[in-house]
Each structure stands twice: as structure tokens, then as C-alpha cells.
Design a protein around this ligand. Structure first.
Ligand code: NDP
Length: 315
């Protein structure tokens, strides 16, 4: 770690709705928070188009614009928002101890409290055509983007609870939903599969994988293949929803903070406390269940309040 060490009361890592909401509350509580935004400033919402489900925007808003608003609000109360990536941590096990965090391998901070809001990243298949058409009909969030496919035909890729949930959500909005399941069974819970089976406008294609998303600027269809027979077919759709899981951004904390077997940080009870004193987690990094901007914002608020109380308890 470098020589230059800045001491602060509250460090926030990550700039999605959880991070910014934590910043608003921490700044208003005079914790003088410093936020490092990570590489994707604004987080996952900047990859969606319109956000229609965040309370307070009756006409909806643009994901990027919303994050700009949150940033401005956090800065208005004195949050220092800095572009940079936390690259190394040395977290204290002592109550009141200082947590060391290295930024971009170049600068070191010591913080009495750290709020981790590094989020999660949706997994994609990695096909060229899929990557090119993200935002042009390819999405990893049905609750964010499903509305734009009202009355249209879409495919959902995946066979876990997320895929089943997204398919049933989309079935309420769309004309037809085709699920592409690569095995001959679905991994989703029995209850979710039951819902899928009993939704008349969902068709499940087993042993089926996506070969290519068709279309130049926008999605016009998909070419799929059966991985047992090799048979190919084209399906005309306007939306492709990839639901093959999320990866929480917790690599930095492996072996340091308690996480579940899929890498999500574990928080204590109804708090945002991690297993280390003064270290809190908010947003998708600790939530694989709800993963909404509004729930992330809620836990961001909680993390700032938890941090404030923790600092108060040290005197
Ligand atoms: P999962 O890891 O459970 O499922 C991912 C799915 O994507 C699997 O069916 C997997 O297929 C498929 N998949 C992965 N890679 C590919 C690929 N390259 N091509 C095609 N298919 C692929 O992730 P989820 O997001 O569904 O769930 C994560 C966790 O969150 C789970 O514990 C789940 O129970 C929980 N959850 C709970 C909900 C609820 O209770 N309401 C809602 C949503 C999630 P395969 O089966 O072949 O490996």
C-alpha cells in the first residue's frame, strides 16, 4: 500500500442507489462521507433505459439521469464523490479500529466505518450478438424493461428461480414468453416451476440454447439449437431476457467478510452489519432476493444509520 494515508469517518464503496442513499444520510449526519464510485459510476441502473418503478417519478425517469440526481443530492450535503476503484482492503477486527482501503493501488484511506455497496453484476452468455444488442432488446432485468415489450413475444434464458420469476412476470405483459432451458429439467423451485407450467402463454423449450440474437440495431429474433438433436430454429421475438444469475461484486472481501456460498455478503438480522465492527453492507451486494433500486436505497439508508450509531457508540 502507498504512503499517503487519508483518515476519514465514513467510506462508501460503490455508487448505485444503495451507495448514494447511504451518502445522503451519512452526509446529513455530518459523517463527511467519501465515496469511491467504482468503474461503472451509477451502477447497474445506468445500463437500463427507463426506470418506471422508483417511487417519486410519476412519469418515469432515465436510469442514468436518476443516478445523476442521486449524485447531486449526495453532493449537496457534502459527500465527496471520487472516481476510483477499491483494490485492496485490510479491515480491522477491533471495535473502533481503522479499516484500510487502497484505491487504484495508489492511494490509501483509513476509515472508521466502511459501507460496502459494490452491487452485483448480471451474468450474460457472452455472445457477440447478445452484447451488441444490450439496450436494443437484450436485457437482464424483466422488472426494469419488461414493460417495453407489452403485447410482444420475448424469450427468457435460464432455468433458475430468477428465470422462472422473470418469465411469469413477462407473461403478464407480453403476448408470448419462450423459456430456453439448456438441460432437460429446470433448477427453479417446485413452486416457481408450477407457476411456469400453469401460465398458458409460457412455452418451455428444454435442451435448448441460444446460438445468436438476430437483428442489427434492435432484436428481431433468436436462433436456437437443441443440444441433443442439433436441430436449429429461429424464433421471432423483440426481447431477449438473460436470467442466468448475478455475480455479487465481493471478490475484494473473500476470506475477510462472511458471505454465503454464492458470494453475497451476510448481514446480521435486520441490520446492515457485517461480521466486522464498523463495516456495513447495503444493496445488491447483500441481497439476492429483491435486487430493486428502491430496496437497495432502503438498505443504503440503513447502513448510514448503522454507521452513525456505531460511531456514536465509540465515544
Ligand atoms: P441460479 O444460479 O439459481 O440459476 C441460473 C440458471 O441459469 C440455471 O438454470 C442455469 O442452468 C442457467 N444458466 C447458467 N449459465 C447458463 C448458460 N451459459 N446458458 C444457459 N443457461 C445458463 O440463478 P438465479 O438468479 O435464478 O438464482 C440465484 C439465487 O437466488 C438462487 O438461490 C435462487 O433460489 C434465488 N432466488 C430466489 C427467488 C425467490 O425465492 N423469489 C427469486 C430469484 C432468485 P443450469 O440449471 O443448467 O445450470
Amino acid at each position: 500500500m502507498s504512503e499517503e494515508i487519508e483518515k476519514i469517518k465514513c467510506l462508501i464503496i460503490g455508487s448505485g442507489p444503495a451507495g448514494y442513499t447511504a451518502a445522503i444520510y451519512a452526509a446529513r449526519a455530518d459523517l463527511k462521507p467519501v465515496m469511491y464510485t467504482g468503474m461503472q459510476m451509477g451502477g447497474q441502473l445506468t445500463t437500463t433505459t427507463e426506470v418506471d418503478n422508483f417511487p417519486g417519478y410519476p412519469k418515469g425517469t432515465d436510469g442514468t439521469a436518476m443516478m445523476e440526481d442521486l449524485k447531486a443530492q449526495a453532493e449537496r450535503f457534502g459527500t465527496e464523490v471520487r472516481f476510483g476503484l477499491a483494490t485492496e482492503v485490510s479491515l480491522s477486527h477491533e471495535v473502533g479500529g481503522l479499516h484500510r482501503v487502497s484505491i487504484d493501488g495508489a492511494k490509501t484511506l483509513e476509515a472508521t466505518t466502511v459501507i460496502i455497496a459494490t452491487g452485483a453484476t448480471a451474468k450474460y452468455l457472452g455472445l457477440e450478438s447478445e452484447q451488441r444488442l444490450i439496450g436494443g432488446g437484450v436485457s437482464a432485468c424483466a422488472t426494469c424493461d419488461g414493460f417495453f415489450y407489452k403485447g410482444q413475444d420475448v424469450v427468457v434464458i435460464g432455468a433458475g428461480d430468477t428465470a422462472a420469476e422473470e418469465a411469469t412476470y413477462l407473461a403478464n405483459i407480453c403476448n408470448k414468453v419462450t423459456m430456453l432451458v439448456r438441460k432437460d429439467y429446470m433448477r427453479a423451485s417446485k413452486a416457481m416451476q408450477h407457476r411456469v407450467d400453469h401460465t398458458s402463454n409460457i412455452e418451455v423449450l428444454f435442451n435448448t440454447e441460444l446460438e445468436e440474437v438476430l437483428g442489427d440495431q434492435v432484436v428481431e429474433g433468436v436462433r436456437v439449437f437443441n443440444n441433443t438433436t442439433g436441430e436449429k430454429q429461429q424464433i421471432a421475438v423483440t426481447g431477449v431476457f438473460v436470467a442466468i444469475g448475478h455475480q455479487p461484486n465481493t471478490d475484494l472481501f473473500k476470506g475477510v467478510l462472511d458471505m454465503d456460498d454464492t458470494g453475497y455478503l451476510i448481514t446480521q438480522g435486520k441490520t446492515t452489519k457485517t461480521n466486522l465492527p464498523g463495516v456495513f453492507a447495503a444493496g445488491d451486494v447483500q441481497d439476492k432476493e429483491y435486487r430493486q433500486a428502491v430496496t437497495a436505497a432502503g438498505t443504503g439508508c440503513m447502513a448510514a444509520l448503522d454507521a452513525e450509531r456505531y460511531l456514536g457508540s465509540l465515544h
